[in-house]
Design a protein around this ligand. Structure first.
Ligand code: IVH
Length: 702
């Protein structure tokens, strides 16, 4: 390979994400074969796309999946394999593109053909009535029909579809020019890449809101505070922050959801009313809020608004009011727009869900990884219809940043579903003796000296009763080993009576042990023993999640299970091998290593297996096919044309497993400049040693 070819190869590699890498590298080869995609492959890829988008729609739009995650993954893998081989099939509307394109330096501007307007607010019922009177007068009608919709509290975006295919997406910006976030929006599963219609309009601009569900927002903040990052203030900021990421892979990792609420121009769909537009958008594959109602009077509007407000806490995402739109599109046109807002709509906002209350005490809660979290005990107060008496304060730095003190009157807001937030103190009402918060030096439960770990404080004693209880509770929880009936109260008793001190002890529990506990009878004890027994066969991903390794959530657990397929291989994986798993970063990889370097953890896992825990192996490899499929590769020395991590990603993209060290099972040692002792070891073990050029050639030849 000459220098230019290699340069091109490297450049094209650097320009594409892991999945696109393969496509870029074999591009040359593919161009030649462009016309040669066999019909059977072309139609299979089309069929797979349709199947995948169908199941995406079932899962992300209708909340009603028809197939298992594993079956879905298998469809996706098959399509990825085909597209790797025939890159011209990997067009932008392929579901494989949802994983995220390469990072950008900055967003390009996106000019909106029809500006995105803002909306006037109605602050109270009398302003709603005034809006109606103005509207009726202008239209010369006694009765006006309104389409009333929830007002999403997220980030407005516009999606452009040409010939039914998503071609561009932009944020609202100043209404005329926003930011082009197309590549990020493609990662949002509830955004159809193609409209679900046989007769798509030549052009259609769809508007709606990107939101993040409260539970996902909470999880995101938990992860952020655990890694010392500042939490997002509310789900809207989290949605905006996640969408405006220069690296689409980051957006892809955030569970954003898109709701459609309109089109830029009436002519696109040839319909008569806003309500029909929403129904058509739904048919075309978009998620809409089904709590949308036609109202024929101010009274009906206010009743609907009260209904929505009472339902507000039950919705998985935030809404902050009702949007009242004149339903007839012809009437909308007749009413027209003012400078920045239309005359045909108004937003009737709910009162904010913030309240004042007194912070009685700051207590400390010890979690399953030993993290000690300050929690505010509050004078109970109703916020947005829910009584709040406790709120996490995340960590010492957060408490100090907000300067929250015991005895303060504080503002409490419900930004999340269950866990509300203390926004800050009302300093003018602070008692004179209120002292700034400091973390005590010792664990409040076992007395061990706390250890500072970034923004967090940890109890280092893994036998601390609080840690043990939390760990066992997590192990048994629904997303982990799913041991039905093993709730908090039972775990507390089991630990306090010395029946259980580690998760493996659960598998030794007998019916008689349980009968000695409060609240157990013959049948309930038998049921719990059986539930514990059943949990032995949970899939590997659940076991990994159940171990409670810091930073390893259920998504990472799944990726790890798929990549390693067995506990033993996972336990032995080095940092490099771990970070080669999609979605596993350096920090998580280190946390995994630290976890397995602790011999207590390894012993506990050994005991689990000895008690009969035998997780089911996940189906299918993550990367099948590819030039290096099934081969293991190790890199040593300095490479001249790429960094080590780029080389690693490249090898992974072609199906190789990248190993940290040289063993007799290694297929290739790729040696750069100044390679060191690995070369000697490889030689002595008879492992093939290749140089950088050969490695790149192998990939291109494929
Ligand atoms: S319609 C002028 N419908 O509210 C009417 N907007 O002030 C165009 N919003 O940030 C917007 N939910 O993103 C419309 N159901 C809904 C909405 C909605 C939330 C947001 C919109 C924009 C703001 C307009």
């Amino acid at each position: 390979m000459n220098i230019n070819q290699k340069d091109l190869l490297i450049k094209s590699f650097l320009c594409y994400s892991t999945i696109s890498i393969a496509k870029a590298i074999v591009h040359d080869h593919a161009v030649k074969s462009m016309a040669n995609v066999p019909d059977s492959i072309r139609s299979r890829s089309e069929e797979l796309r349709n199947l995948i988008e169908y199941h995406n729609h079932r899962y992300y739009v209708l909340d009603s999946p028809e197939i298992s995650d594993a079956a879905y993954d298998e469809l996706m893998r098959e399509l990825m394999r085909i597209e790797e081989q025939y890159p011209e099939l990997a067009t932008d509307d392929s579901p494989t593109r949802r994983v995220g394109a390469p990072p950008l330096e900055e967003f390009a501007p996106m000019v909106h053909r029809v500006p995105l307007l803002s909306m006037d607010n109605a602050m109270d019922p009398s302003e709603v009535a005034a809006f109606h009177e103005r509207t009726a007068r202008s239209l010369g009608k006694d009765e006006v029909v309104y389409c009333c919709e929830p007002k999403f509290d997220g980030l407005a975006i516009e999606l452009v579809y040409e010939g039914g295919v998503l071609t561009r997406a932009g944020t609202r910006g100043d209404g005329s020019v926003g930011e082009d976030v197309t590549r990020n929006v493609r990662t949002i599963r509830s955004v159809p890449l193609r409209l679900r219609t046989a007769t798509p309009p030549g052009l259609i601009e769809i508007r709606g809101e990107v939101v993040i569900f409260r539970k996902d927002f909470e999880e995101l903040n938990r992860r952020r505070t655990a890694s010392g990052e500042a939490p997002f203030a509310n789900p809207r900021n989290a949605a905006a922050g996640s969408l405006r990421q220069l690296d689409p892979a980051v957006t892809a990792s955030r569970p954003l959801v898109f709701f459609a609420y309109g089109v830029s121009e009436r002519a696109f769909l040839g319909l008569d009313s806003q309500y029909e537009v929403l129904m058509r958008l739904k048919e075309m594959g978009f998620r809409i809020n089904d709590d949308t109602r036609r109202c024929r009077s101010v009274q009906e509007i206010l009743a609907f608004s009260s209904f929505l407000e009472s339902k507000r806490g039950e919705l998985p995402y935030e809404i902050d009011g009702v949007v009242i739109k004149v339903d007839s599109l012809a009437d909308q046109e007749a009413l027209g727009v003012k400078a920045k807002s239309p005359r045909w709509a108004v937003a009737f906002k709910f009162p904010p869900s913030q309240e004042f209350t007194r912070l009685k005490r700051i207590v400390l809660q010890v979690g399953r990884t030993g993290v000690v979290t300050p929690v505010a005990e509050l004078e109970p107060v109703k916020v947005g219809g829910v009584t709040v008496s406790r709120a996490t304060l995340h960590n010492e730095d957060e408490v100090r940043r907000k300067d929250i003190r015991e005895g303060d009157t504080v503002v409490v807001q419900r930004a999340g579903d269950v866990i509300p937030e203390v926004v800050g103190p009302v300093v003018s009402l602070r008692p004179e003796d209120a002292a700034p918060f400091t973390m005590p030096p010792n664990c409040p439960v076992c007395g061990s000296a706390l250890v500072r770990d970034g923004a967090l404080h940890r109890c280092p004693n893994m036998s601390c009763p609080a840690v043990v209880k939390a760990r066992i509770f997590h192990f048994a929880s629904k997303d982990a080993m799913d041991i039905e009936g093993l709730g908090k109260k039972i775990v507390e008793q089991l630990v306090e009576r010395g029946l259980v001190s580690g998760v493996s002890d659960l598998y030794r529990l007998t019916k008689d042990d349980l009968l000695g506990l409060e609240g157990f009878a013959e049948l309930s004890a038998e049921n719990l023993v059986q539930a514990i027994e059943r949990s032995k066969r949970r899939p590997l991903e659940r076991l990994i999640f159940a171990l409670g390794i810091p930073n390893v959530g259920s998504v990472a657990s799944r990726d790890l299970a798929l990549a390693f397929k067995g506990m033993e291989r996972f336990m032995q994986a080095g940092v490099q091998e771990l970070t080669s798993v999609q979605g596993v970063g350096e920090e998580t990889a280190r946390a995994i290593r630290d976890f397995f370097e602790n011999s207590e953890n390894v012993k506990e896992i050994t005991r689990l297996f000895a008690s009969g825990v035998a997780p089911a192996e996940p189906a299918g490899p993550r990367t099948a096919g590819g030039a290096l499929a099934g081969k293991s590769v190790c890199f040593t020395g300095t490479l001249s044309s790429m960094t080590r991590s780029q080389a690693k990603a490249m090898a992974e993209a072609h199906g190789a497993r990248v190993l940290d060290g040289v063993s007799k099972n290694l297929d290739y040692l790729v040696a750069g400049k100044d390679p060191g002792s690995k070369v000697d070891k490889a030689r002595s073990l008879g492992v093939e040693i290749i140089d950088e050029d050969r490695f790149l050639n192998m990939i291109q030849e494929a």
